[in-house]
Design a protein around this ligand. Structure first.
Ligand code: NDP
Length: 435
């Protein structure tokens, strides 16, 4: 805390991981001796730069941008870029730190990084977003590369932004290589990348339920968010026979007691992916649904909760409400959406709790598959990528069980994910010596 003053989100992420790892580290003095945890909590480097761009009225604007290259012990740095006015160094450090463990869990050779800017894409024209992305890449391109650091999307950075960024990268470097992932299908993108995080989160949820002889079929599900992760979590949960009754955005949430069927999902995709509108429009279009301004969906009874919006979305009171209403499965589609005290409440109540670094690893896993396809200059079929995604999520689930099960067979997925992710990176760091 003294070394990183004011970085609350980063402290929160490190605390969650260190509490899990400490008993294991104390049992294995080699990790303590080599200061693995101290080294893991210090990024390899942080690049901070100004992005100057011109708005449609001809005014110059300036934003701050970062790339946090956290750890490349097991592969090139990899992690998304976030564009949101709330972005700070603390948020990008928490995301980059989490990314190290998540990428390790996928079994693919990827290190951890994160980046972004306090630029707000909301309300900006396509041309303004393009000028911002092109300007950002003028600095960023020096620090990234297909074997160095491979950025991707995150909040506020979707297909449109990645296309602008990749176009400028290609022009500046004069190379067509897979230095960014989440690209369009006609220029090196992977099938199923758009769906991967949301689908992966539901696959993970299904794995947790299958292990106790149950399934998501017939369950009532509350989802927060209505961005990339949320939309495809709705799609997969519905395909598997669940009833999704909520979605949200920063203006509030929508409750649809009949569930979001294929027609309503098509409306949602058009609203959010094409028109970039507000979620309140859903309740205007479908009269069975109600809109609840400035609130989160956790008061709505459900058996499964999938927080897919942003960090600290489930507070202790929300957790208590979910538990009182019979929720017994939570899988984190977003990064760190559950506060530490709320996680503790879920663990005490023996909720099946899938932490972000395991439950939302499907996105980066398919990004890793996009890198492989780019390196091979091939494009795999939708079925092939989806099968690989399902295998990877099953494998992550199995690792969590291996490292997180107690003598009675109960699984603590938080401990399991942290330990499994850590073990691989720590072995590499020990082997390298003092680097
Ligand atoms: P999007 O930008 O597509 O969607 C974000 C959603 O969350 C929107 O509905 C947005 O509402 C809402 N939201 C964002 N910030 C806030 C806030 N401060 N308060 C309330 N609501 C908010 O992002 P993604 O779906 O890509 O990302 C969602 C989460 O998933 C993030 O935590 C991200 O780090 C994580 N994640 C994403 C991956 C991916 O592949 N995309 C991979 C792994 C994790 P509004 O439109 O009103 O801002």
């Amino acid at each position: 805390i003294k070394r990183n003053p004011g970085e609350e989100e980063f402290h929160q992420a490190v605390r969650e991981v260190t509490e899990s790892l400490m008993p294991f580290i104390l049992e294995n003095p080699k990790y303590k001796q080599a200061q693995i945890l101290e080294r893991l909590t210090e990024p390899d480097r942080i690049i901070i730069f100004r992005v100057t761009w011109e708005d449609d009225e001809g005014n110059f604007r300036a934003n701050r941008a970062w790339r946090v290259q956290f750890n490349n012990s097991i592969g090139p740095y990899k992690g998304g870029l976030r564009f949101h006015p709330s972005v700070t160094q603390s948020i990008l450090k928490f995301l980059g730190f989490e990314q190290i463990f998540k990428n390790s869990l996928t079994g693919l050779p990827m290190g951890g990084a994160k980046g972004g800017s306090n630029f707000n894409p909301k309300g900006k024209s396509d041309n303004e977003v393009m000028r911002f992305c092109h300007s950002m890449m003028i600095e960023l391109h020096r620090h990234i590369g297909e074997d160095t650091d491979v950025p991707a999307g995150d909040i506020g950075v979707g297909g449109r932004e990645i296309s602008y960024l990749f176009g400028q990268y290609k022009r500046l470097s004069n190379r067509f290589v897979g230095t960014l992932t989440g690209k369009g299908l006609s220029f090196g993108g992977s099938l199923v990348r758009t769906e991967a995080t949301g689908y992966g989160c539901v696959y993970f949820c299904e794995n947790m339920l299958n292990r106790i002889g149950d399934s998501i079929k017939g369950k009532t599900v509350c989802i927060s968010g209505s961005g990339n992760v949320a939309i495809y979590a709705v799609e997969k949960a519905t395909q598997l026979g669940a009833k999704v009754v909520t979605v949200s955005d920063s203006g509030g949430f929508v409750h649809d007691p009949d569930g979001i069927d294929a027609e309503k999902l098509a409306f949602l995709k058009d609203l959010k992916e094409v028109r970039r509108g507000r979620i309140s429009e859903y309740a205007e279009k479908f009269s069975v649904a109600s809109f609840h301004a400035d609130s989160r969906p956790w008061s709505i009874p459900c058996e499964v909760a999938l927080p897919c919006a942003t960090q600290n979305d489930i507070e202790l009171d929300d957790a208590k409400m979910l538990l009182a209403n019979g929720c017994f499965v939570v899988a984190e589609g977003a990064n760190m959406p559950t506060r530490l005290d709320a996680i503790e409440a879920f663990r005490k109540a023996s909720v099946l709790f899938g932490p972000a670094k395991a439950a939302n690893a499907g996105g980066v896993a398919v990004s890793g598959l996009e890198q492989s396809q780019n390196a091979l200059r091939l494009q795999w079929s939708r079925e092939e990528v989806d099968n690989k995604l399902q295998e990877i999520m099953e494998d992550i689930h199995a690792k969590c069980v291996k490292y997180g099960a107690d003598d009675k067979g109960n699984v603590d997925y938080v401990n399991g994910a942290n330990l499994a992710g850590f073990a691989k990176i720590a072995e590499a760091m020990l082997a390298y010596g003092a680097v």
